[in-house]
Design a protein around this ligand. Structure first.
Ligand SMILES: *[C@@H]1O[C@H](CO)[C@@H](O)[C@H](O)[C@H]1NC(C)=O
Ligand SMILES: *[C@@H]1O[C@H](CO)[C@@H](O)[C@H](O)[C@H]1NC(C)=O
Ligand SMILES: *[C@@H]1O[C@H](CO)[C@@H](O)[C@H](O)[C@H]1NC(C)=O
Ligand SMILES: *[C@@H]1O[C@H](CO)[C@@H](O)[C@H](O)[C@H]1NC(C)=O
Ligand SMILES: *[C@@H]1O[C@H](CO)[C@@H](O)[C@H](O)[C@H]1NC(C)=O
Ligand SMILES: *[C@@H]1O[C@H](CO)[C@@H](O)[C@H](O)[C@H]1NC(C)=O
Ligand SMILES: *[C@@H]1O[C@H](CO)[C@@H](O)[C@H](O)[C@H]1NC(C)=O
Length: 260
């Protein structure tokens, strides 16, 4: 009787110690879990995303995204190109400031996607650079329900990704081996093809001379149709949406500055 009681007592005490010990230990070395999500810190820890981090900081999109993460119902998904992906991609340096912002925002989806939710998403997916006209979308395709890799197509670039840097709602970060070049900027004509300015004027489907005598067409298309800038008018149709986006970035920057 006495030995069995002692054994029971011993087991009870040791199981109590086993149960109580882990929480005491795990609470000590996790000081960062309570703080806000910091995309930059996740990328810095990844060790091979310094160019993307620099672009995020240069455009202040890092501030926008961190604040979005702190107050988001749908979360965000980020495709982080490695430093190798940027190597030899000199065209990035030739982008205008707004094109650069669009290209960086193109790497962000305004929703949290795991591999499983990519499976049920319907292409094309809007990105953070998209506006209501539907440009700046990309396609993600997964092969199977339990796939741990997926393909992206921008219309200019195809790549496969499988490396998950972070995946816990509201933030998913996937490593990509190529910079996702948006079709809206890099698609129609490569920036290197300089000596072909006159043929581009034929791309505009609405010449301004045809609607001279008749009632004006509905102004649903681009409102700034100057005759000289025909080559880029199709892309500029999205500028209104873009500027509101840029205003949002600027506002967030100001708001962040005021908080400090
Ligand atoms: C996020 O992390 C980066 C890199 O560790 C750091 O420089 C930055 O101050 C952090 N931002 C916030 C808001 O904590
Ligand atoms: C996160 O949002 C809460 C309220 O939604 C706010 O009080 C807090 O200051 C925000 N933190 C950061 C780091 O933006
Ligand atoms: C960038 O622009 C410069 C000047 O217009 C040009 O010489 C150079 O070839 C361009 N680089 C790339 C990669 O397009
Ligand atoms: C992804 O791309 C690879 C290479 O192009 C191809 O073999 C594979 O079938 C693609 N998978 C899906 C799900 O599209
Ligand atoms: C994206 O998917 C849509 C719908 O399947 C398709 O119409 C479109 O051509 C695709 N675009 C690219 C760039 O793969
Ligand atoms: C991307 O993949 C699609 C379908 O697999 C193919 O039709 C297209 O040519 C590829 N584009 C590039 C730029 O490789
Ligand atoms: C312009 O487009 C029309 C019809 O699309 C075509 O007949 C004509 O040859 C084109 N002109 C040039 C200079 O490409």
């Amino acid at each position: 009787m006495a030995p069995s009681f002692l054994i029971f007592f011993f087991l009870s005490v040791s199981s109590f110690l086993l149960l109580s010990a882990p929480p005491a230990l795990s609470q000590a070395p996790s000081p960062s879990s309570g703080g806000p999500l910091n995309l930059t810190a996740i990328l810095v820890k990844g060790g091979q995303y310094s160019t993307f981090v620099r672009l995020l900081q240069q455009t202040r999109i890092d501030v926008q995204l961190n604040s979005q993460l702190n107050n988001s119902y749908s979360g965000i998904t980020v495709f982080a190109p490695t430093d190798n992906a940027f190597a030899g991609l000199g065209t990035i340096n030739n982008l205008s400031e707004q094109e650069l912002i669009e290209t960086v925002l193109y790497h962000v989806l305004p929703r949290y996607y795991s591999f499983a939710t990519f499976q049920s998403a319907s292409n094309p997916l809007p990105t953070q650079a998209s506006d209501r006209t539907g440009v700046f979308t990309l396609n993600v395709t997964t092969a199977a329900v339990n796939a741990h890799q997926a393909n992206i197509s921008t219309g200019v670039v195809n790549t496969t990704f499988s490396n998950v840097l972070y995946a816990d709602f509201p933030l998913a970060v996937y490593s990509v081996d190529k910079v996702l070049l948006p079709y809206a900027i890099f698609g129609p004509k490569p920036p290197a093809s300089a000596p072909a300015p006159s043929t581009n004027s034929n791309r505009t489907t609405t010449p301004s001379s045809s609607d001279a005598g008749i009632a004006p067409p509905p102004a649903s298309k681009s409102s700034n149709n100057d005759a000289g800038g025909g080559s880029s008018s199709s892309r500029r149709a999205s500028e209104v949406g873009y500027w509101s986006l840029l205003a949002g970035v600027g506002f967030l920057g100001i708001a962040a500055g005021n908080m400090l």
